[in-house]
Ligand binder design. Structure first.
Ligand code: ATP
Ligand code: MG
Length: 351
């Protein structure tokens, strides 16, 4: 990593990246979100050889999965917010970076990348190395909660506490930020993927029905619920009967979804409470006034804001476009380097 004597001015190729477990987004100064793709790569089964000369990545990879299910397998190079497969992460990033540079070769952008606040130095190094090997020139790290806060327009450099709850696919990050720095935080490897997993388990145990991950995610988005609302819904779920082995469908309700999702939601709620318990009385009073802001795809789960509000007694708001808050934050930092110079310096000082 580099000391921060760099940014003399932003250049047109600079980019902010949210390298997420489920989605990767790229935001460029003056251009906004230029890429929003699933973090997946299609490989030849049993290898980590990317199909189509290394271009079966993101949406292309997902589309292939539907057409040729047995001859390809689609993998995620990141797990729980960190790099799980180094080569595939590099291949994926190389493809995405080229794509936004309109396939101009030889462009070596400077990159600000958002990473979970709780990761180790080794895990950070893996992100930096993947980016450098995929064509980035200088790489600067920004922790996800700070990026999310900036992306939501919170004035994080002021001496007032702000709280972010970012619920992604692999990790949940809860942080209280004041004076540009994280005052206290908890990173939890429980998020959207675990909700899908909980739905699969529930249907298996309660209905003898086996479903896949994609179906589970669709159910979560369609009828998933964290708190009773007036618009209780039901939905039909199709899967395979565990006993007869044949296709079958069942109808389930939001209420059953709350039961299914109880464990991951409880764990996320506990993490939020832990962070609140660690704040000083002064900061707690700021939080009572300003509330907390939810970002990441998990923030869209129906009634999750109400659940957290009831459990903590603190006002909760879901960010506008929560899925892109982190990426917008990295882009806004690039656009306002003078304002955020200290924020970046704190995170990238030599360790
Ligand atoms: N409407 C919705 N209701 C509930 N969950 C949703 C909704 N829309 C998206 N999600 C979930 O949000 C998750 C993806 O969110 P996001 O893109 O913020 O994750 P990520 O940044 O890739 O992951 P991480 O930050 O953990 O590395 C997925 O689990 C997805 O199922
Ligand atoms: Mg994320």
């Amino acid at each position: 990593m580099h000391p921060v004597h760099f940014f003399m001015g932003v250049m047109s190729s600079d980019m902010g990246i949210d390298l997420g477990t489920v989605n990767t987004l790229i935001c460029m100064p003056g251009r906004g979100i230029v890429l929003f793709e699933p973090s997946v790569v299609a490989v030849r089964p049993g290898t980590n050889e990317v199909l189509l000369d290394g271009t079966a990545v993101g949406k292309t990879a997902k589309a292939m999965l539907e057409k040729a299910p047995s001859t390809i397998s689609v993998t995620r190079p990141l797990q729980d917010g960190v790099v799980a497969d180094f080569d595939l992460t590099e291949a994926m990033l190389r493809y995405f970076i080229r794509k936004v540079h309109k396939r101009r070769w030889g462009v070596r952008p400077r990159v600000i990348v958002a990473i979970p606040a709780g990761i180790t130095a080794v895990e950070k190094r893996a992100v930096v190395n993947s980016l450098e090997r995929s064509g980035a020139r200088d790489v600067y790290l920004l922790s996800e909660p700070k990026a999310a806060a900036i992306g939501c327009g919170l004035p994080i450099s002021e001496p007032t506490a702000h709280m972010i709850v970012d619920i992604g696919g692999g990790t949940t990050e809860v942080a209280v930020i004041s004076l540009g720095d994280i005052f206290t935080q908890v990173s939890l490897r429980v998020a959207g993927d675990d909700m899908d997993e909980a739905i699969i388990k529930y249907l298996r145990a309660q209905c003898n029905l086996e479903i896949g991950h994609r179906t589970a995610e669709n159910i979560k988005i369609g009828i998933g619920s964290a708190y009773p609302t007036n618009g209780e819904v039901t939905g039909e779920v199709r899967g395979r009967d565990l006993v007869a082995g044949l296709p079958r469908s069942v109808t389930i309700s939001s209420e059953e979804m709350r039961e299914a999702l109880k464990e991951p939601l409880d764990r996320i709620t506990e993490a939020v409470k832990t962070v609140l318990e660690q704040t000083t009385p002064e900061l707690a009073s700021d939080l009572l006034e300003h509330g907390m802001v939810m970002t990441g795809g998990g923030a869209l789960l129906r009634g999750f804001d109400k659940l957290l509000q009831e459990e903590t007694g603190i006002p909760v708001r879901v960010a506008d476009e929560p899925l892109s808050a982190v990426a917008r934050g990295t882009g806004m930092l690039l656009e306002n380097l003078d304002l955020y110079r200290e924020v970046l310096r704190d995170e990238n000082s030599e360790e």
